[in-house]
Design a protein around this ligand. Structure first.
Ligand SMILES: [Zn+2]
Length: 507
């Protein structure tokens, strides 16, 4: 791939030219657009950015589509190119042998890739006061249809700023490089912080990566994150450009981050649902299903039939699609939630049995997994550890082993789990059918009303259109008149001028 970087006013523009060996798709994801931009501060200059930073940012934009060779319109350092080859087997052809790498600034400040969700808000709460947060603001052209809403995240950014924290929003269309729209690599949301690393003297980068993503708890089996390819590749590439990973919540589960945020001054803003509005999650997605239940458990210590409207919760289609799987995505969180349920709702009690909430409580999900301290940047480790311990307990030796021995194989293959999965699936489809029946009547009435309304609106619009078209005709006629008058005046002026010039010449 040939990658070029240029700037135009306050915009930095990346262009990608695919070559033989590059790929136009991976899985269901397609390469969609060959350029993208980032809106930078006015006093920012492309010349001041270390080429290795531009190299890493480019990789984060294009990685899934890259073949084995990369050419830039700038030159990176040899150590960076070597690290790229070592971790990805890709060869960079644009190298300046005399260029040294970017080093971690001595008087630097920590950065956080902030998303507005619970996990990165928990990270912010645990990080030092001088932390600078960077929000990637997805560019929305007019008429873009998307479930994504940025209002809640913008509100969160303003909320944080008002409380004296530094946060900056960077508008970019880079998520449209791929279709469906999204991050080409999960850590791509750090690109704004990378591009601004020298501008703000940044010395590390934090994310809202939680225990479930780093160590794969809740997935099939435990994986030691420091030994995973993800960390070996991206962790070492970020270190090579003087922006080492600072994974403050990697040892904290989703249960723990919710707890941290609920205890913090940010409890009002944390909202993981990207489809909702300010203070109003969409109540229609898998994340909402989980977070609503979880917050209820954390706030009240238990879950009863009066806690929430379970009829409504189990009507969330996206949630049903997840719940009928074996294992359920984030099943550990579901186990924790259902273990606190004491009611008699049939769907909840079956879910509780299926997710083992009747046998295990998984209280350790509220605690900190201490081996993750190696993932916190050494400069801030002591301060962050103190902060974590101020919010959460540390796992005991036997709890650490529960994490390390996490394995869902026997549970997933157990005949009882299979039976319960089927039972829950049947219950949920019955529930779906009955909810449909219940709301079909009023919907019908309202739809016929709606049709009448629409017909009326249309005829109004037609009338309006006619009036506008008449007015346009009048205006157009007037314009013709004016044009004619102008022409006449022009002619007479030019006549006068001609005469004056002739008079002058004849003198
Ligand atoms: Zn939602």
């Amino acid at each position: 791939m040939i990658i070029s970087v240029s700037s135009e006013g306050s915009r930095v523009i990346f262009s990608f030219e695919l070559e033989e060996g590059d790929s136009r798709n991976y899985g269901k994801v397609e390469f969609n657009q060959p350029t993208c931009f980032f809106e930078m501060p006015d006093s920012w200059s492309l010349e001041d950015v270390h080429p290795d930073i531009l190299g890493l940012a480019s990789l984060l934009m294009t990685y899934p589509f890259l073949g084995n060779t990369i050419k830039f319109n700038f030159e990176v350092s040899q150590p960076f190119a070597d690290k790229v080859y070592e971790t990805t087997k890709k060869v960079i052809h644009s190298v300046d042998k005399n260029l040294s790498t970017r080093s971690i600034p001595n008087q630097g400040v920590p950065a956080l890739a902030f998303s507005g969700g619970v996990d990165s808000t928990a990270a912010l709460e645990l990080m030092p006061n001088q932390t600078k947060s960077f929000f990637l603001d997805r560019y929305m052209s007019e008429g873009t249809k998307s479930l994504y809403k940025s209002e809640a995240a913008h509100y969160a950014c303003n909320y944080i700023e008002k409380r004296g924290k530094f946060i900056t929003k960077t508008v970019s269309d880079f998520e449209y490089i791929r279709k469906p729209v999204g991050f080409p690599v999960d850590v791509s949301n750090s690109i704004p912080a990378l591009l601004l690393s020298d501008f703000y003297n940044l010395d590390s980068i934090a994310f809202g990566t939680v225990l479930e993503s780093s160590y794969k708890v809740g997935h099939n089996n435990f994986e030691n994150y420091p030994e995973r390819t993800h960390y070996k590749r991206w962790g070492s590439l970020f270190s090579k450009v003087g922006m080492p990973f600072n994974l403050v919540v990697a040892g904290i589960s989703e249960v723990g981050t919710s707890k941290v945020v609920l205890q913090s001054k940010y409890s009002e803003i944390a909202q993981s649902c990207i489809r909702g509005e300010v203070g109003k999650p969409c109540y229609n997605c898998w994340k909402c299903f989980r977070k609503l239940l979880l917050e209820n458990v954390l706030e009240n210590g238990k879950l009863t039939d009066n806690s929430l409207d379970f009829h409504k919760l189990f009507s969330i289609k996206e949630a049903r699609n997840h719940l009928i799987k074996n294992p359920i995505k984030h099943e550990n969180v579901i186990t924790y939630i259902t273990s606190h349920y004491t009611g008699e709702n049939k769907m909840m009690t079956t879910l509780k049995k299926k997710a083992r909430g009747d046998k295990e409580s998984m209280e350790w999900l509220e605690k900190w997994y201490s081996p993750s301290n190696s993932l916190i940047f050494s400069r801030y480790r002591d301060e962050i550890l103190e902060s974590i311990k101020g919010h959460l307990q540390v796992m005991t030796e036997s709890e650490l082993n529960q994490v390390k021995n996490w394995d869902m194989k026997s549970h997933v293959n157990d005949s009882n789990t299979i039976k319960l999965t089927k039972e829950l699936g049947d219950m949920l489809s019955d529930h779906q059918a009955s909810s449909k029946h219940k709301i079909s009547q009023p919907l019908k009435n309202s739809s016929s009303n709606d049709t009448k309304m629409i017909v009326k609106e249309l005829s109004n619009l037609n009338q309006n259109q006619k009036e506008i078209s008449n007015q346009l005709n009048v205006i157009s006629n007037k314009l013709d008149d004016l044009n004619l008058q102008l022409k006449q005046k022009n002619n007479s002026y030019s006549g006068i001028l001609k005469r004056k010039i002739n008079a002058l010449l004849s003198r």
